[in-house]
Write a protein that binds this ligand. Structure first.
Ligand code: ATP
Ligand code: MG
Length: 342
């Protein structure tokens, strides 16, 4: 290692405040105090926002947003470019101040320093110190989190393993591809077993394997009881991992619910049925709107649990049911429908 590099590393290592806009666990401002969440705080929702608003000059980035994210859920925050997703995350993390409304995160007011210790954060845009190795970046963030020094090695190893970078542990970040940097950023967000992990477009730089890996990591976080807040405009990502989603547009939530709630009302079933037909029609109409499509009968707007009842009824009427294909409106179609109504 050259003298300059050593000096730069020493400066970086010693200057927690210089981390700036790197991927952080929101701990650097928390100091070295340790503590655990109070029972009341644990019983509270992970996030509760009421009329949260943020204005930048004439731009309303967040407009009276109200939402609740329960503990342990994977919550997707979906919206087009400029919808206000990143701004909401920054407000919730205390990195920007709201101009209206209020919110509680892990039961604490916005910006609470102790609470930051329990939040992992992968920012949308970040840059790590190019001269540090992956392991050094993680150790630096362990230090910023005020984790006990004896735990740093295992924390760093475990994070590297989780994000698939163990073999690159001792390589400098400056030599990493952008996907590897994003994996490292995710690793940083996982340090210290956070109760809440906020991921702002975590797969934007990742290949399909990386995207799959991130989904697995998110599921593993849920399995261990963490809450995950996932900003994304990748609907497939939301469809695969989220328990609930909010669709956000122009700074406000235009729909919130489980994917079933968001899509289920619009479900349809496609049937192939043989046998004497005349007696079916009145049955079909009671389950939804129906029409013929080639050899198929398509029933729109059917409640998914009622599909089995419909089949029972058709069979009782002497029909031979050859195929039943339930179909949901895709999230993409629903998303575009919601946005087009605005
Ligand atoms: N620091 C800022 N100063 C002025 N305007 C800002 C600032 N940050 C965000 N905005 C504006 O707020 C709005 C919401 O931006 P934001 O970055 O939150 O959107 P986003 O949903 O995260 O978009 P993307 O999907 O492109 O990341 C945009 O109109 C943006 O120009
Ligand atoms: Mg954004």
């Amino acid at each position: 290692m050259s003298r300059t590099n050593s000096a730069e590393r020493a400066a970086l290592d010693g200057a927690a405040a210089s981390v700036g806009d790197t991927a952080v666990s929101l701990s650097e401002a928390a100091g070295s105090s340790s503590g655990s969440r109070s029972p009341q705080a644990t019983a509270s929702p992970a996030i509760h926002a009421a009329d949260l608003s943020k204005r930048f000059g004439g731009t309303i980035a967040v407009n009276s947003l109200s939402m609740t994210v329960q503990r342990g859920e994977v919550f997707g925050f979906l919206g087009p470019n400029g919808a206000g997703k990143t701004t909401v995350v920054k407000l919730l993390l205390g990195l920007a101040r709201p101009t209206g409304g209020e919110a509680l995160v892990l039961g604490a007011p916005l910006g609470d320093r102790e609470t930051r210790r329990h939040i992992g954060y992968l920012p949308e845009l970040f840059r790590f110190q190019a001269l540090l190795t992956a392991k050094e970046v993680l150790r630096l963030h362990c230090r910023l989190l005020a984790l006990p020094k004896a735990a740093w090695e295992e924390e760093a190893r475990s994070a590297l393993e989780t994000v698939g970078l163990l073999e690159r542990a001792n390589d400098r970040v400056g030599t990493f591809s952008k996907g590897m940097q994003q994996r490292l950023g995710l690793g940083v967000a996982l340090l210290g077993d956070p109760a809440l992990v906020m991921l702002d477009e975590p797969t934007s730089a990742l290949d399909p394997v990386g995207r799959h890996d991130v989904r697995e990591i998110i599921r593993a976080l849920r399995d261990r009881g963490s809450t995950v807040f996932l900003n994304t405009h990748l609907l497939e990502e939301a469809e695969h991992v989220c328990d609930r989603v909010a669709v956000i547009d122009k700074g406000t939530a235009i729909a919130t619910g489980s994917l079933d709630e968001l899509l289920g009302r619009h479900s349809r079933v496609r049937l192939k049925v043989a046998g004497p037909g005349a007696s079916w029609w009145s049955s079909l109409s009671r389950f939804g709107r129906w029409h013929r499509q080639d050899e198929w009968i398509v029933v729109d707007g059917i409640d998914p649990p009622r599909i089995a009842d419909l089949i029972d009824e058709l069979v009782a009427l002497g029909a031979r049911v050859e195929a039943v294909i339930p179909e949901h409106q895709s999230l993409e179609a629903r998303f575009l429908e919601l946005l087009s109504k605005r």
